[in-house]
Ligand binder design. Sequence first.
Ligand code: SAH
Length: 211
Amino acid sequence: MLSKSRLLKHWQESGIIKDKKILEAFKKIPREKFIKKEQGEEAYGDYPLPIGGGQTISQPTTVMLMTQALELKPGDKVLEVGTGSGYQAAIISRIIGKSGKLVSTEIVPELAESARQNIEKIGLKNVEIVHHDGSKGYINESPYDKIIVTAACPRIPKPLVSQLRENGIIVAPVGSLNEQVMVKARKKGSRLIEENLGDFMFVPLRGKHGY
Ligand code: SAH
């Protein structure tokens, strides 16, 4: 059985996801609303699913791991690069709450539009989805407390580092097109103090600082 409760049990028993706020957000956000209707049955399988245009919605465990790595707090200002379906955005939105703000960038206009509709349907008001090359960051709303990149990048794009606040956290899959390491980094001065969270595989980051 592919179910929400099975995933919750898996995360709690394995200790992969401990943060109560994240488990709560997962319970509240309907993942089935972010995937194609004909795949509704698979909403709670722990694997990525196609969302059109050759792009994918990341697997639930990956979404939660990245969210946990961001150490989100209510009121945080967050930048996401790669809105895709908008599911990761919805999870972040719940955790940062009304006093927080998420700016999510998507390079494919059709995906930006459908993600906007998905987010509107579930009534989240603290998310702004912009059709934009997020590899350049989004300077208008910077600096950010946290930045998440949900596409594979050759290296952490420089503009993202400069748009991150001092002590802020950036989480991004960095590596080759076939395999990346999930990097969690904290900004100290102009440097990043990096941690490695394991191997992953994402669709490639496009745009100026992508592949
Ligand atoms: N976070 C998404 C999964 C994203 S898949 C979710 O929850 O569904 C990666 C997305 O990054 C794709 O939609 C792709 O079109 C987008 N993308 C790739 N390069 C980008 C860029 N330079 N700027 C913004 N979005 C980009």
